[in-house]
Design a protein around this ligand. Structure first.
Ligand code: GAR
Length: 204
């Protein structure tokens, strides 16, 4: 059986789309996108999931009332869905150690910089590119890493560098990093880890 993947999202979901497209094109042969979890009921990513026929679940942190209740609800949905692996694809919530320790080397995150630059708490979405432009770096990029209890601190799986160009705005830089790094790296890493988990299950 293929590795069952849950994708966690909060917004537009272009990385989710890259994963869905890769799966449809046969580029994630050992994995199956089985569930999309959003903390935001208005995320366009949910519409992308619906169009691809993938079930979506909305779990709002605000409505849960506490981090523990939020994570408890997420865990139940994952167990119900028989999920093997999680990909954070633009998921703008931090997960506690209590949650991440249940999924060792089974949660991937995509971050829009070359870690350890411009990462950690407070660095997300456009803010990362604003900080990179402010610092004046000439090269930035994206990183896929395993998730542990340290925000953006888990082992690095893959990185891709992207050039900053004269006149870049946070928006133009974000778009180039997505096109030249994120949308390529994330499906590749998804297949790599799916295959590893698939082999592990087969060996048991
Ligand atoms: C992406 O650039 C992703 O790398 C970033 O948010 C964007 C989400 O876009 N994630 C983080 O900053 C996590 N710290 P998307 O919803 O279109 O995939």
């Amino acid at each position: 059986m293929k590795t069952r993947i849950a994708i966690f999202v909060s917004g537009g979901g272009t990385n989710l789309q890259a994963l869905l497209d890769a799966e449809a094109a046969g580029r994630i042969p050992h994995g199956e996108i089985a569930l999309v979890v959003s903390n935001n009921p208005n995320a366009y990513a949910l519409e992308r999931a619906r169009l691809a026929g993938v079930p979506g679940a909305v779990i709002s942190k605000k409505e849960c009332g506490s981090q523990a209740a939020f994570e408890c609800q997420i865990q139940s949905v994952l167990e119900l869905g028989g999920i093997d692996m999680i990909i954070l694809a633009g998921f703008m919530c931090i997960l506690s150690e209590n949650f991440t320790k249940k999924w060792p080397n089974r949660i991937l995150n995509i971050h829009p910089s070359l870690i350890p630059a411009f990462c950690g708490e407070g660095f997300y979405g456009l803010k990362v590119h604003e900080a990179a432009l402010e610092r004046g770096v000439k090269i930035t990029g994206a990183t896929v890493h395993f998730v542990n209890e340290i925000p953006d601190g888990g082992p690095i799986i893959a990185q891709q560098a992207v050039a900053v160009e004269t006149g870049d705005t946070p928006e133009t830089l974000q778009r180039r990093v997505m096109e030249q790094a994120e949308w390529i790296l994330l499906p590749q890493a998804a297949e790599m880890v799916s295959q590893k988990l698939y082999e592990e299950r087969k060996g048991k």
